[in-house]
Design a protein around this ligand. Sequence first.
Ligand code: SF4
Ligand code: MG
Length: 317
Amino acid sequence: LEFPLGRTLYDVVQRRPGRVVNALNGVSLQLNKGETLGVVGESGCGKSTLARCIVRLYEPQHGQIHYHGQDIFEAEAKKDRSYNRRVQMMFQDPYSSLNPRMTTGQILSEALRVHDMRPANEIPARVAELLDLVRLPQDAADKLPHEFSGGQRQRIAIARSLAVEPEVLIADELVSALDVSVQAQVVNLLLELQERLNLTILFVAHDLRLVRHVSNRVAVIYLGRIVEIGDSETLFSRPSHPYSQALLSAAPSLDPDDKGKAIRLEGELPSPLNVPSGCPFHVRCRHATELCKREVPALLPRDGRGEVACHHVEELN
Ligand code: SF4
Ligand code: MG
C-alpha cells in the first residue's frame, strides 16, 4: 500500500461525489500474512481513512493498494468481486451493522448466499458451525440482534465476517463500544480465531494497551503520516519517535512506576487540512529545530528498531 508523499490534502476521497476526508500522505506499508498490524494515533490522524481505503470505501486519488500483487481498484473495475470476500471490514458498532429485523441465522445465511459459499442445503449446518466458532449457543440462530448483549452482537458480526472465509480482517475500533471486561473476551476470541484460521488482521484502535496485547507490529500515525512502525514489543517498550514517546507515555499504564512520567504534548493537534511544513509534528515537538520546520523527515529503518521518521532520532535515543 503506497500513498506518495507531497500531494495535496485532497488525496483521499470518500466514494461519494463531493466528499473529501483527511488524507494519508507518504504512507507506505505492507501487511504480512498471518500478522496483526496495530494502527495507533490520535483521532483524526487518518487511521480510519487507512482502514477504509483498504476495503475500498474510500478511493485514494494518488497512490495504490495491492493485494497479492494486484491493484485493488483495477480489480474492481474488472468486476473482480473476490476481494470483497477476502478482505472483510468489521465495525465498531455491531448494532447498526446488523439488520435489526433479521435473526442471527438469517444474517449468517445471507452472507453465505451472497458470496455463494455453500449450496443451499448445506447452509444450516454451516450457520451452526459459525455459531460454534464464535462460541454462541445454537439457539442464537433464531434470535434478533436486540436480544443479545453488545459483546454477543460483536460475536455475531465476527461470525458474519468469517462466513465468507476471509483472509484479512480490518478491525476499526472493533471493541471500543464494549465494556472493558467484554473487550478482553472479544479480543481474545479474535486472536484464537486468527490462529485457527490463519487470518491477517489490521487492528485500528485508540486503546494502546489493547493494541499492544493483540499486535505483532504497530504503526504510529500522525496527521496522515506514519512516523514510526515496528515490532510491537520494541515499539511499546522503547518508542523512538518523539510523538510515539509522548503518545505512549500519556497512556494509562498498569505499571505503578510509570505514574507521573507522562510527556505533555504541547498545543493542539493541528487540523488535517492545515498540516505544518516540514515534520508535521514540529509545532508540538520539544526537540524541533530549523531543519524540522523545513524538511519532511523520511521514514527510515533503524537497526533492529523498526522504521522512524525523525531528523534527530539518533541523537534523541
Ligand atoms: Fe521532533 Fe524534528 Fe523529530 Fe519532528 S523531526 S519529531 S520535529 S525532532
Ligand atoms: Mg477513527
